[in-house]
Design a protein around this ligand. Structure first.
Ligand code: NAP
Length: 264
C-alpha cells in the first residue's frame, strides 16, 4: 500500500452531477481555492452563478475544459446512463476520475470498464453529507480506494482536500467498504425508512432513546429514495441485512409470544 503525502495545490476539478451532494462538496473545495466547473442532467446554472463557477450544459464541452480531476457525484442508480455515453475522446489529458457514490464495488467495476486505460481512478466515500457536515468535516470519515493511480502527486493533492479539513482518513478496498457499509449505513437507512413508514413522531413523553430514533428517521428521509434504493440494489451485501432484519423481528416476536404464554 503506498502512502499519499500531504502535497496541496489548487486543482482544476470538474463535477458531474451537481445535486445536493455535489453542491455541498463544491463549497469546501471553492473555499480551499480550487477551480471548479460543473455539469449535470438538470440546469444548475443559477446555483453555479451564485458560487462563481461555470456550468456546462454539454458533456463534451465540459470534458474539453481541461479538468485535472473529474468528480462523479451522480446518483448510484444513474451512474451507468451518465458514464456509458460519455465522449471520452474530448478528454485531452490523462485525468484523475473520482467517484463519491455510497456503494463502492459497483462504480469501481463500471468505471474500470468504461474509462480509457490512461485515466486514473480513485473510488471514495465521504461518510457524511450536508446535515452531518454542515458545521465542518472535522473527525468525519473519508473512505478511499486507490484503484488505478499512476499520478501520485495529483491523487495526494485530491485526498488532501479531505485530510486538511480534519477528516478521519480510511483507506480500504471497495469490497471491505461495501461489507461494512451494509451493516452500518444501509441498516441505519433501512431502520429510518421503516420508522418513517410507521409515522414515528415526537410525543410529549419522549425518552432519550426515542429522541434518537426520531433523529434517525428524520436524517434518513432527507436523503433521496434514489440514494436509499441504490444502497440496496448495488451493494451485494445489503440483501443479507434485510433478511437478518426480518429474521431478528421474527425471533423477537417469538420470544415475546413464548413469555406471554408462560406467564398466563
Ligand atoms: P442522489 O439522489 O443520490 O443523486 C442526485 C444526483 O444524481 C443529482 O446530481 C442528479 O442530477 C443526478 N441524477 C439523478 N438521476 C439522474 C439521471 N437519470 N441522469 C443523470 N443524472 C441523474 O442525491 P445526492 O445526495 O446528491 O447524492 C449524490 C451522490 O453522492 C450519490 O451517489 C450518493 O450515494 C453520494 N453521496 C451522498 C451523500 C449524502 O449525504 N447525500 C454522502 C456521500 C455520498 P440533477 O441534479 O442534474 O438532476
Amino acid at each position: 500500500m503506498s502512502t499519499c503525502s500531504s502535497s496541496a495545490r489548487p486543482l482544476k476539478i470538474g463535477i458531474i452531477g451537481f445535486g445536493n451532494f455535489g453542491q455541498f462538496l463544491s463549497k469546501t473545495m471553492i473555499k480551499q481555492g480550487h477551480s471548479l466547473r460543473a455539469t449535470s442532467r438538470s440546469d444548475h446554472s443559477e446555483v453555479c452563478k451564485e458560487l462563481g463557477i461555470p456550468f456546462y450544459r454539454d458533456m463534451g464541452a465540459f470534458l474539453e475544459s481541461e479538468n485535472e480531476v473529474v468528480l462523479i457525484c451522480t446518483s448510484i442508480l444513474s451512474l451507468s446512463e451518465v458514464v456509458k455515453p460519455m465522449p471520452f475522446d474530448s478528454v485531452k489529458r490523462p485525468t484523475l476520475f473520482v467517484d463519491v457514490l455510497s456503494v463502492k464495488e459497483y462504480p469501481r467495476d463500471l468505471l474500470l470498464q468504461v474509462l480509457p486505460e490512461n485515466m486514473d481512478l480513485l473510488c471514495t466515500h465521504p461518510m457524511f453529507g450536508p446535515e452531518s457536515g454542515k458545521h465542518g468535516w472535522q473527525d468525519l470519515s473519508f473512505m478511499y480506494d486507490r484503484v488505478r493511480i499512476r499520478d501520485e502527486g495529483l491523487c495526494s493533492s485530491f485526498i488532501h482536500i479531505f485530510s486538511s479539513e480534519g477528516c478521519r482518513m480510511l483507506e480500504m478496498t471497495c469490497e471491505e467498504h461495501d461489507k461494512l457499509a451494509a451493516r452500518s449505513q444501509f441498516l441505519t437507512h433501512t431502520i429510518g425508512r421503516i420508522l418513517s413508514e410507521m409515522d414515528v413522531e415526537p410525543t410529549p413523553l419522549d425518552t432519550k432513546g426515542f429522541q434518537k430514533l426520531v433523529e434517525v428517521k428524520e436524517s434518513t428521509v432527507k436523503d433521496s429514495f434514489d440514494l436509499f434504493s441504490g444502497l440496496f440494489i448495488h451493494n451485494r451485501f445489503a440483501r443479507q441485512q434485510v433478511q437478518s432484519l426480518e429474521e431478528a423481528l421474527e425471533k423477537t416476536k417469538q420470544k415475546l409470544q413464548e413469555r406471554m404464554e408462560s406467564s398466563t
